[in-house]
Ligand binder design. Structure first.
Ligand SMILES: NC(=O)C1=CN([C@@H]2O[C@H](COP(=O)(O)OP(=O)(O)OC[C@H]3O[C@@H](n4cnc5c(N)ncnc54)[C@H](OP(=O)(O)O)[C@@H]3O)[C@@H](O)[C@H]2O)C=CC1
Ligand SMILES: CC(C)CCC[C@@H](C)[C@H]1CC=C2C3=C(CC[C@@]21C)[C@@]1(C)CC[C@H](O)C(C)(C)[C@@H]1CC3
Length: 643
């Protein structure tokens, strides 16, 4: 048992050889410290108030962290205050029921600080190590570990739990249905402590999934770039893939823009005739792009709207984000309306599309260079797990720093949610004007109206629910490098607008029944997309949300749980399903004469299938057997009974 848990756990935790060595070198001799190598003490389990028996392996004089080993073999780095001598503890209960009966899992105490944990599929340490309780003076309060053990919290713990999770446990108690076993998040929330833990992979570990040898959690804050965790499992085709994507993606954008301009943009006309090089460049276009980005940045920093908290980082810290996206798009619409009123001809965007795209590409490359350069100086605990392979090209592409910020200005959040996303709507609107101008219409065609409204709804919804982006893969896990900088600034506004661009030169009259059918499809997709995203976001933000109390969950080793009913019990990515249905509704108005307006649909299937598999590996690494269990319970990824 210990072994299987050990490997499950270790998948999350990897330390490159060099770093291990450095760490060992730094700690050969044990200075005058409170605990000595070989001491058996009680170590707090990350994100919880539970203490387990651990052995001290070494002390790092630089980080002042003790490396300890739990009984199941998990190694962690703990601060001195998270270690206690065994004498202050007493075992309250070591018996663990093997029964999976929900009734037996139910905890009985009514204490607000009480929490529960499922006895099976528990963390490596939770299972293998004996859970011990600390006997302490009167201020301590009982906490019950689901029919297994009972732990007493220190005064400090109790305060944290009260401050942070208030009545959550109580609520949970009331809602504790047969399937409800998701208490552990509350414990995580109960501990907003900075920089406390540093998970490490066991050196001799066999990996549950050797093909995906895993990135490690970062070293201490003072660690230099050289000591940063190395990414060994590379996606996007690895290093060679990175070269390919760096060249292919910009070329593809320019290619489709050239194609959509053709009267017959069919694959038969490949390759398109290349215009002279100077046709790509227009300094004025660059000026407009810079103005647009600065304008969006200004709107973003205005003290309007909510300050939302991101998900806890590995350090425990939660960053703040100004989520005023809705304000930004309304203000942008007002500014554009004022400009049009002043006589600005927005069809310029259509006629200078190629030049605008080239200028934005240049900006995204410069931004990526800046991001890569600054990431070299970033503390290693601020690097993403995955963009730190040591290969310049790969890391430049994938992005190294997780949340690059200039003061409180978060570059990744800003780029993902503002200039490109709002620019997408501006471009679509300009295309509607261009269509009217080119085709001599008094009003845009039905097809153009549908494409405009559908995509506007998508963007406005994204901005309305801006906080939800903080629980997506990009914000939580991906580094900010060329892929996202280019994706956000160039790819989104210049390829997601192709349907509208296509309709400017390729009219596709629609009957009213066709319009109605497409609208219904779009609304169905939107409903699935919104409901599922909101469900996950609400759950991640407050696992004890009474509105979610009917949902079944699976606890995981990290303290987070996984939803296994509701939308997330239908397929593993219900939000992708809704998004794909919407994508279909965006392409249908353009008809079937050419493949080009279907480009988004095709690209999106590839993107989401790849994202799903990336996410699967990440989640498997994070959640181990709990994830496997989720996959068994919810066997389909995106389309029920199909995929
Ligand atoms: N239009 C476009 O170009 C694109 C749109 N999108 C859309 O953006 C949205 C966000 O997508 P994306 O970030 O890829 O992925 P998700 O929003 O689906 O986020 C995936 C994360 O959700 C958590 N999770 C997974 N399963 C569960 C579960 N059962 N219970 C609770 N949490 C779970 C995991 O994170 P953890 O457990 O760490 O919290 C996982 O890493 C989607 O709607 C997608 O369609 C995405 C890409 C491109
Ligand atoms: C260049 C590469 C081939 C691909 C780059 C991918 C990016 C373009 C996308 C990755 C995730 C995205 C999301 C949105 C836009 C596209 C990118 C940046 C999103 C902001 C669109 C609006 C939605 O409502 C959303 C859910 C907020 C989306 C989040 C993910």
């Amino acid at each position: 048992m210990g072994n299987s848990h050990q490997s499950r756990f270790s998948t999350d935790i990897h330390i490159p050889y060099g770093t291990q060595q450095a760490s060992q070198e730094r700690s050969v001799t044990m200075p005058a410290t409170k605990y000595q190598t070989g001491d058996t003490v009680m170590g707090r389990w990350p994100g919880s108030s539970l203490y387990y028996e651990v052995k001290v392996l070494r002390f790092d004089t630089r980080s002042h962290l003790y490396t300890v080993i739990y009984k199941d073999g998990t190694e962690l780095e703990l601060r001195e205050q998270d270690i206690k001598t065994a004498s202050g503890f007493q075992t309250r209960s070591r018996s663990r029921s093997r029964s999976r009966s929900p009734g037996r899992r139910r905890s009985r105490s009514r204490s607000p600080a009480r929490t529960t944990r499922r006895s099976s599929s528990r963390t490596a340490a939770a299972v293998a190590a004996a859970a011990i309780t600390e006997s302490a003076p009167s201020t301590r309060r009982d906490i019950k570990l689901k029919d297994t053990l009972e732990v007493r919290l220190t005064q400090e713990d109790t305060k944290a739990a009260e401050n942070n999770s208030n009545n959550k446990h109580e609520k949970k108690e009331e809602n504790n249905t047969a399937s409800k076993v998701n208490e552990s998040e509350a414990k995580v929330e109960a501990e907003p402590v900075k920089n406390r833990y540093n998970l490490r992979r066991r050196k001799d570990d066999g990996d549950a999934k050797p093909a995906e040898s895993q990135p490690e959690q970062p070293e201490d804050k003072e660690a230099t770039v050289a000591a940063a965790p190395a990414s060994t499992s590379l996606d996007f085709g690895g290093k060679i893939g990175a070269y390919f994507w760096l060249l292919f993606l910009p070329a593809w954008v320019l290619f489709v823009i050239l194609q959509v301009n053709l009267e017959d943009p069919s694959l038969a006309n490949f390759p398109p005739q290349l215009p002279p090089l100077e046709a790509f460049w227009d300094a004025q276009a660059l000026g407009f792009v810079i103005l647009w980005i600065l304008f969006q940045a200004l709107l973003h920093v205005l003290p309007v709207g909510k300050l939302s908290e991101g998900m806890p980082l590995r350090s425990g810290e939660r960053l703040k984000y100004r989520t005023n996206g809705l304000f930004a798009i309304v203000a942008s619409a007002a500014a554009v309306a004022a400009a049009v009123y002043q006589g600005v001809d927005l069809t310029y965007i259509h006629s200078r599309f190629l030049q605008l795209a080239t200028a934005t590409l240049l900006i995204s490359v410069l931004l990526s260079i800046y991001l890569y350069t600054r990431s070299r100086y970033a503390p290693s605990d601020q690097l993403a797990l995955g963009g730190n392979s040591g290969n310049l090209v790969y890391d430049f592409f994938k992005g190294r720093e997780l949340n690059p910020r200039i003061k409180s200005f978060d570059l990744k959040f800003f780029c993902e949610m503002r200039p490109g996303l709002i620019g997408w709507c501006l471009i679509n609107f300009a295309m509607a004007l261009a269509e009217m101008k080119n085709q001599g219409l008094d009003a845009p065609s039905y097809a153009m109206i549908l494409v405009n409204l559908f995509q506007l709804l998508y963007v406005v919804d994204g901005l309305w629910n801006e906080e939800a982006i903080l629980t997506t893969m990009d914000l939580m896990h991906d580094g900010f490098g060329f892929m996202l900088a280019f994706g956000d600034l160039v790819w989104v506004p210049f390829t997601y607008t192709l349907q509208a661009y296509y309709l400017v030169g390729h009219p596709n009259p629609l009957s009213l029944p066709a319009v109605a059918a497409i609208v219904i499809l779009k609304l169905a997709g939107f409903y699935i997309f919104r409901k599922s995203n909101s469900e996950k976001n609400a759950f991640r933000r407050n696992p004890s949300d009474p509105k979610l109390s009917h949902l079944k969950t699976i606890p995981t080793a990290t303290g987070k749980s996984l939803l296994v009913s509701g939308w997330w019990g239908v397929v593993r990515h219900p939000n992708y399903l809704g998004d794909l249905i919407m994508a279909l509704a965006w392409s249908l108005p353009c008809g079937f004469n050419h493949l080009l307006p279907w480009y988004y649909m095709i690209y999106f299937i590839i993107l989401l299938v790849h994202r799903d598999s990336r996410d699967m590996s990440d989640c498997r690494r994070k959640y181990g057997s709990a994830w496997d269990k989720y996959c068994r319970t919810v066997p389909y990824r995106i389309i029920p009974r199909v995929y």
